[in-house]
Every structure is written in structure tokens, then in C-alpha cells.
Design a protein around this ligand. Sequence first.
Ligand code: FMN
Length: 188
Amino acid sequence: MKKKIGFAVTGSFCTFQRILKEIDRIKDRYDIFPILSHNAANTDTRFFNAEEFKTELKTVTGHEIITTIADAEPIGPRKLFELLVVAPCTGNTVAKLSNGITDTSVTLAAKAHLRNARPLVIGISTNDGLANNAKNIGALLDRKNIYFVPFGQDDYNGKPNSVVADFSKLEETIEAALEGKQVQPVIF
Ligand SMILES: Cc1cc2nc3c(=O)[nH]c(=O)nc-3n(C[C@H](O)[C@H](O)[C@H](O)COP(=O)(O)O)c2cc1C
């Protein structure tokens, strides 16, 4: 039987197309249950219409999307997932995860999942990763059961504080995290 993986998406809208591609790539191997932050679920942007994105996500995963705190809460008591991915993970969500704030479906999903000491994989995508959010990324790098999709600077001339995960390394990060290991090198 396929391992059940929660896949949480937050509001880094420019990476949505890429994330759909990665989910499509790993869906034969894992049973993927989508989770969206309120902002990811309800914001129309130049990259995606919110309803279209939800439809694509449901189609590719074959499951309804968890979008509320109430629907995310059972992830803990019912031990729903072997592993939880948050990708793309915004600066907003990484700051909340680092500081124990759980006021979104995604941050509550992470808290509920981590209480079972199961692996959480973060695929960061934020313009302030080497600025205001460097401390939060650093704190999570040192946190038990949290693993990072390898990340680096995507445009060091134009956006010197921006960091983005190499989403092509998502599958190998998941495999390693399921064995309690951080894939290396974590920074490229
Ligand atoms: C078009 C657009 C693109 C965005 N891209 C990013 C991004 O790549 N990284 C990021 O951290 N925030 C980005 N944001 C801002 C987040 O969506 C915003 O901080 C939001 O509060 C995140 O909420 P969430 O983390 O609960 O999804 C973007 C916003 C818009 C409208």
C-alpha cells in the first residue's frame, strides 16, 4: 500500500505550477492528501485563478483539499500521514512554524503532525529568507523531525535575500526524511 503523505501549499503563487508538476511526479509512489492555507486557497493572482488551482490539485491527487483548521485538526489524533510536506512554504508560514503560531490550516496541520514525532518536509520560497526570516529558517533547521528540501539563492543580483527550494529534489528529500535523514547538501 502507498504511504499517505499530507501536502500543504502556502501562498508562494509563482511556484504553484512547479508544485503541481512535482505532485504529479510522486503521486504514483505516495497517496497525496492536499492542504491549502486560506491565502493559497482563496487568492486569485496573475499566476493562477484560485478555483482553477484547487481543481487541478484535486484532480492530480484524487482527494478533497483540507482548507480549514477544523479539517486539519484530526491529522494529529488520527495519525493521518506518514510524512507532511509544506511546499511552497512562504516566509509567513515559516515564521509561524518557528514561533509556535497555529492560526492557519497549514500551521495547525504541521503542529498536529509533529506531535506524533513524524517527519515534516519544508520547501522554502521567500524573498526575505536571508533577511528577516533567516532566523526562522535557522531555528527550523535545528528542529527535531523537520527536514528541508535543498535551497539556495534564486536571483542573488536582483533579489539578494531571496531563497527558493530546488523542488526537483523533493522526492529524494521525502525518501531521506522517511528514514530520519536530511538530504545533503541542504544549501546549494
Ligand atoms: C502574487 C503573489 C506572490 C507571492 N509570492 C510569495 C512568495 O514567493 N513567497 C512568500 O513568502 N510570500 C509570497 N507572497 C505573499 C504571501 O502570499 C503572503 O505573505 C500570505 O500572507 C501568505 O500566507 P500563507 O503563508 O498562510 O499562505 C505572494 C503574494 C502574492 C499576492
